[in-house]
Design a binder for this molecule. Structure first.
Ligand SMILES: [Zn+2]
Length: 264
């Protein structure tokens, strides 16, 4: 019978092996596993999340649900593998930020992401068993193909892969910005520029807000800059607000090194 600690070790091992393989364009920066917490909300829908290359697995929640369902060790390993691979796969997925509230769109994203995840696991089936132990994927983590194909009525969908880390950052910024459109207790800005330096060199400059319909609170920008930078590289930042325009500069160190594995 696998313990919570066994599951945590298993996830860390698998993460080191498949991060950057299922998600070659945007490798995750950090894996966060939640600790058992009796006060945490229990909802199986929250198995994991991915935001800007941060992957969090709600292991307390998952562990409890797997035990309730009396899964075998093989099924627990398969379930954890699927959940982790699913979140890593999201890192490489192109997400349209302004469709986050559209339930059909979210289903489509989850559906294509599940397909990509299962495809990866299928392709590496033998190697994954060899490296991390035998497993089987329980239906409770991936839903049934039948249900999904019913919803999509036989249409063929292709996993929308993101083209670069830059695109990921821009999408993340739009996403975070949107969350704060309604937070108007802070000064608002209508224009925002983000400059990113790597070492001494200007790496890129983005015009994030150039639209009176998109507003972003001062506090949101601070949080956003912390978030972006924490998720990507070590950094320091400067943020100057001039009237309704924010100039944010992130100074980044060199990109981190990622684990390389033999999985394809
Ligand atoms: Zn998902």
């Amino acid at each position: 019978m696998l313990t919570y600690a066994d599951c945590a070790d298993y996830l860390k091992n698998v993460y080191n092996g498949i991060n950057g393989e299922i998600n070659p364009v945007v490798p995750a920066i950090r894996l966060v596993l939640t600790e058992p917490n009796p006060n945490a909300p229990k909802n199986f829908a929250i198995a994991g999340s991915q935001c800007m290359m941060y992957v969090e697995i709600r292991l307390d929640n998952v562990f409890e649900k797997f035990n309730e369902a009396r899964l075998t060790d093989n099924q627990i390993r398969g379930g954890l593998l699927f959940i982790l691979a699913h979140e890593l796969s999201h890192c490489d997925q192109k997400i349209i930020p302004n469709k986050q509230d559209d339930i059909e769109y979210i289903r489509y994203m989850e559906y294509t992401n599940n397909l990509n995840t299962l495809e990866f696991i299928k392709k590496n089936w033998n190697l994954l068993q060899l490296c991390y132990g035998t497993f089987e994927i329980p239906e409770m983590v991936c839903g049934s193909y039948l249900e999904q194909s019913k919803f999509y009525n036989g249409k063929i969908f292709v996993f929308p892969q993101i083209s670069s880390i830059k695109e990921k950052v821009l999408d993340g910024v739009s996403l975070l910005m949107k969350e704060d459109i309604y937070a108007n207790k802070y000064p608002l800005v209508n224009n925002m520029n983000l400059s990113i330096f790597v070492g001494q060199n200007l790496y890129d400059r983005f015009e994030i807000i150039r639209n009176k319909n998109l507003v972003c609170s001062h506090s949101a920008i601070i949080r956003m800059s912390q978030f972006i930078a924490r998720a990507i590289y070590d950094y320091r930042k400067s943020c100057v607000i001039n009237g309704d325009t924010c100039e944010m500069t992130l100074y980044l160190s060199a990109p981190p090194e990622y684990h390389v594995t033999i999985l394809k």
